[in-house]
Design a protein around this ligand. Structure first.
Ligand code: DGT
Ligand code: CA
Ligand code: CA
Ligand code: ZN
Length: 607
């Protein structure tokens, strides 16, 4: 069994933490953390790259020492340095790090002095006074750790962006209404970067009355607990009233960190708290080489000691000789090189979408009549849409028989008379366990758009699932593969398949891949979409709407596409109607040329 990228990343993350406990060199520690971040974002399996003899040292954050350790892990299953370091430290010390407010030094202290190796043990020690009695700890710190343990437990970890963003938007709207005047009040952190899950929501504000803004936040009805209420920073825990099923362990909550800054200096603050941490670290190294140092207040000349402040982010980046970098790209990967070389993409935006090709009605498992869904698409100004109710095999979803599908086509024809947007007849057809389609070929041939999706037998092994998906792609009538991995964020893991082989088949067969924008799915995920885009595969941003209110939800899919560095030319449903029709009416795989003629030739990888 080859270690997956996530496992390799975790090893480096742990190694960094262990070295920090030992008080090792900060540079070494930082290098391991950086490597972990990078490896999590790679779009190819690292173990495979080692087997193929590919050079790893060109990857950002992977130098000789780390590359050697990856080789060691892949070839021997172990990293000696890691095993040795772990043996030197108290058992369970790594687990304690998962508690917010406990850093490596404290974890070490608790393990060594109290012999505690679990979160429950720390909670107990915090409650009975042993924790407060530790050297350099004290009652306040111990209380804060206890509060954090309890808050984290009731929050159950990270929150899917589909829950965090609406909650943050509601807070912003309420503060605008009830708080003091704000010249700026905007998300920062992972939310502004549109990460798929959010640890906590960071807000950055400019206001003449910071204390009042902080108080207004703590007074909102959805706030359950106040962690900090200081002059520059307020932290609270929100109750989430519409939690996704991802976190049903107990009452879910979401932490909000609100920070305020001066109007003339907010550029640096917004930049700093937008992160990512890895982006900031790389940017700081870049600035250091120019003789400049960065912090959340401004940019300081290392020799002169003079600090300059910036009213917005563009001015901040400009001082470093860089164009403004969209937050979605600030991952600490390739964005700095691209910015320096003037190669930043002109990212796709929601306004570029001209159609939605995955929409359900109450004919299958949607909750609205066809007409309501069409009206919602028309209201977004779309030029086209495909109605794609489920096929017969999906009994639970009231899938259509060929007869009902034919009747539905009739209805669509009649409705077309009343609408300006082009209504395409489609279906979301099950890919059966063996890769066959759930409708006969002649039925499929009569449809404009076929979205083929896996909905059952999701635990097949990788070779079987890979063959199954490829067989679906080889079908001449299959336009798009829907939600490729079938994952549900926080609820269902992705299926096992060989990404590179599947992507190659999509390219060879001229089959488009869906970026399913439903915030419960986000499937393709960002890194997979990144690879597909590099290869020149047509990508489609679909909402998979089951209710008319979901049609504007395309923004979550647009965010995935942006994190994958997609421009409009990489997204099939940004094509005008006439070109889109030409695409679907040209037989596979030749239709790929129509897409690529619109500008999306393969761009070649970075690695
Ligand atoms: P999250 O909350 O886990 O989803 O992820 P973020 O990125 O929102 O992280 P958070 O809330 O801890 O911090 C917000 C931003 O503040 C982060 O993206 C970068 C910046 N930041 C925080 N701590 C550090 C740090 O120790 N060093 C640097 N360079 N930046 C930091
Ligand atoms: Ca955050
Ligand atoms: Ca935060
Ligand atoms: Zn589906």
């Amino acid at each position: 069994m080859q270690p997956a990228n996530d496992e390799i990343a975790q090893l480096f993350e742990n190694l960094g933490a262990l070295l920090e406990m030992k008080g090792d060199s900060v540079f070494k520690i930082r290098a391991y953390r950086r490597a972990a971040e990078t490896i999590r974002q790679l779009t190819f399996p690292l173990a495979q790259a080692v087997h193929d003899g590919r050079k790893l040292t060109g990857i950002p954050g992977i130098g000789k020492a780390i590359s050697d350790k990856i080789h060691e892990l892949v070839t021997t299953g172990k990293v000696q340095t890691y095993e040795r370091t772990r043996a030197e430290l108290p058992a369970g010390a790594l687990d304690l790090l998962a508690i917010p407010g406990i850093g490596p030094k404290t974890a070490m202290l608790i393990g060594a002095e109290l012999g505690i190796s679990s979160v429950e043990g720390v909670e107990q020690a915090a409650a009975d006074g042993r924790l407060a009695a530790l050297p350099r700890m004290g009652q306040r710190a111990a209380d804060s750790i206890l509060r954090h343990i309890r808050a984290t437990r009731s929050m159950g970890g990270r929150t899917p962006i589909g829950d965090a963003l609406p909650a943050a938007e509601a807070v912003i709207a309420a503060l605008r209404e009830r708080g003091p005047e704000t010249a700026l009040l905007t998300p920062a952190g992972s939310l502004r970067r549109w990460e798929e899950t959010i640890g906590d929501v960071d807000l950055v504000a400019v206001t003449p009355n910071p204390e009042e803004l902080g108080r207004a936040l703590t007074a909102l009805p959805q706030v359950r607990e106040t962690l900090v209420n200081g002059p520059r920073k307020t932290s609270v825990i929100l109750s989430l009233d519409r939690p996704s099923k991802a976190q049903d362990d107990s009452a879910p909550g979401l932490q909000i960190d609100l920070r305020t800054g001066e109007p003339g200096a907010i550029g640096a603050m917004l930049q700093y708290f937008t992160g990512s941490q890895q982006h900031n670290i790389r940017l700081r190294d870049f600035a250091n080489r120019m003789g400049l140092s960065l912090n959340e207040y401004g940019i300081t000349g290392i020799e002169s000691g003079q600090m300059e402040t910036f009213a917005d982010e563009a001015a901040f980046y400009a001082r470093l000789g860089l164009p403004w970098i969209p937050p979605e790209l600030r991952a600490g990967m390739w964005e700095l090189e691209a910015a320096q070389q003037g190669r930043l993409p002109q990212l796709v935006e929601a306004r570029h979408l001209r159609g939605d090709l995955h929409i359900h009605s109450d004919w299958s498992d949607g909750s609205d009549p066809i007409e309501t869904m069409i009206e919602a698409a028309a209201a977004l100004g779309y030029e086209y849409m495909a109605l794609t109710d489920h096929s017969q095999g999906l009994g639970v979803a009231n899938g259509l028989t060929p007869e009902r599908l034919a009747a539905q086509k009739q209805v669509l024809g009649e409705l077309q008379q009343r609408f300006g947007l082009r209504i395409l007849a489609g279906s979301e057809v099950d890919i059966r366990a063996d890769g066959r389609m759930d409708f006969p070929d002649e039925v499929l041939a009569g449809l404009d758009v076929v979205v083929a999706s896996v909905h059952n037998a999701m635990s097949q092994d990788s070779p079987t699932m890979t063959r199954r998906i490829i067989r679906a792609m080889e079908h001449p009538s299959v336009t798009i593969i829907g939600h490729l991995s079938t994952r549900l964020l926080g609820q269902r893991p992705p299926t096992d398949f060989d990404l590179e082989t599947v992507l190659q088949a999509a390219l060879e067969t001229g089959t488009a891949l869906e970026i399913n924008a439903s915030p419960a799915r986000l499937d393709l995920r960002d890194t997979h979409a990144y690879r597909a885009r590099e290869m020149g595969i047509p990508l489609v941003i679909n909402t998979d709407s089951h209710h008319h209110s979901e049609l504007p939800g395309g923004r979550f899919g647009v965010a995935v596409a942006r994190r994958a560095w997609c421009e409009p030319r990489h997204i099939l449903n940004t094509l005008p109607l006439s070109e889109f029709l030409r695409f679907i009416q040209t037989p596979k795989p030749g239709r790929l040329r129509i897409f690529q003629a619109a500008g999306a030739a393969p761009s070649g990888g970075n690695v």
